[in-house]
Design a protein around this ligand. Structure first.
Ligand SMILES: [Zn+2]
Length: 117
């Protein structure tokens, strides 16, 4: 059991966090999410498919599995990508933090020539 606020782990038998005075919860089970997209997190949005594909290939190069949303529309009807909010890049929730770091590095190298700050 863990505390949902401070995330302290408690042994079986405890039901409340002594620090936060809230009910403990079951930690999320380490399930195989290969068949579901429920446990994915959107980490970025791109206006253009080639940007999204670049980011996806960089993530895959870092062994982070990712999914592109709305890529179909962007490839076939680019104008629709705008109306649907761009191309969304998803990764598994557990990879989100690492994926953001990878993309942050990508951003830095991609915007190196952009000096308008
Ligand atoms: Zn707590």
């Amino acid at each position: 059991m863990i505390c949902p606020q401070c995330e302290t782990e408690y042994r079986d038998g405890f039901t409340r966090c002594s620090d936060c005075d809230v009910d403990l919860i079951e930690p999320r089970p380490a399930v195989n999410v290969a068949e579901t997209r429920d446990d994915v997190e959107q980490i970025a949005t791109f206006l253009y498919l080639h940007q999204a594909e670049l980011a996806a290939s960089v993530l895959e190069g870092s062994d982070i599995e990712c999914f592109l949303g709305d890529a179909f529309f962007a490839g076939v009807r680019p104008e629709l990508a705008f109306t649907s909010g761009g191309i969304k890049l998803f990764v598994r929730a557990g990879d989100a933090e690492r994926a953001r770091e990878v993309l942050a590095e990508l951003d830095e190298s991609a915007t190196e020539s952009d000096t308008s700050s």
